[in-house]
Design a protein around this ligand. Structure first.
Ligand code: 13P
Length: 264
């Protein structure tokens, strides 16, 4: 299966002009290798304009090579329409041809007080509209300090709540889990490939036994860059990376994609 490289721009860059420049610089080159699928996830407000660029015949994007390029959203709301000031529905995103939605990112859990119950409703709503879900889970530092078992129990508990009522066909091909330990996000201190691998293997086992997924896809996220990407992705079980800071530098992101392509 292709490795999935997702660029989560978070609340960057600060202007539309800069967003267009970053998008073009990130996507405007041909790559012939076949081992990666790319998803760019900009702030909502830039989605329409960037989709126009992506779909313009002039744009010689990654999509015109053999690499698939898709667009995602950083969040969604669970209702389809109505009196929900400030929210964006999965239907609105589908209407724009957005393919993916990140749900339950730790920054939304922290700054927007999103609970597992809210995240569960969002996952259900996204799947109903056939959006692919990138569900983020991962433990804080105080839990990791207690040891491997505590970290795994934490993640298991998040999955139990976030995926409540869902299994099998409802999820297959549509659910991607991003294991993002909170202590590794934006800190420059990534998890070791070994820690990421053992947690990801555990998550996959849960997805197979408790959620009847045949081929679960699980990514690693947290201070990924061109220097450490190979260490993670050389393991078959790690299906890709969710990249934050490094995706804001087009050259760096391109390196990450190129290195991914070289992994068999
Ligand atoms: P960084 O790559 O900046 O650590 O961010 C990771 C992340 O949160 C991606 O969603």
């Amino acid at each position: 299966m292709k490795k999935l490289i997702i660029a989560n721009w978070k609340m960057n860059p600060p202007t539309l002009k800069k967003a267009k420049e970053l998008f073009s610089a990130t996507t405007n080159y041909r790559l012939q290798a076949k081992n990666a699928e790319i998803v760019i996830v900009p702030p909502f407000i830039y989605l329409s304009e960037l989709l126009k660029i992506k779909n313009s015949p002039k744009q010689s994007t990654l999509a015109t090579g053999q690499i698939k390029l898709k667009i995602g959203a950083q969040n969604i709301f669970w209702a389809t329409e109505g009196a929900y000031t400030g929210e964006i529905s999965p239907k609105m995103l589908k209407d724009l041809y957005v393919d993916y939605a990140i749900i339950g990112h730790s920054e939304r859990r922290k700054y927007a007080a999103e609970t597992d119950e809210m995240i569960n409703k969002k996952v259900i709503a996204a799947l109903k509209e056939s959006l692919k879900v990138i569900l983020c889970v991962g433990e804080p530092l105080e839990i990791r300090k207690k040891g491997k078992k505590a970290a795994m129990d934490f993640v298991k508990n998040q999955l139990q709540k976030d995926l409540k009522g869902l299994k099998g066909k409802l999820l297959s091909n549509k659910l991607i889990i991003a294991y993002e330990p909170i202590w590794a996000i934006g800190t420059g201190i990534s998890a070791t490939p070994e820690t990421a691998l053992e947690t990801i293997k555990y998550i996959k086992k849960l997805l197979i036994t408790n959620y009847q997924l045949l081929t679960p896809r699980v990514l690693y996220g947290g201070s990924v860059d061109s220097k450490n990407i190979k260490g993670f992705l050389q393991h078959n079980e790690i299906d890709g990376a969710l990249v934050g800071g490094a995706s804001l530098n087009a050259k760096e992101f391109k390196k990450i994609v190129e290195l991914t392509n070289k992994i068999n």
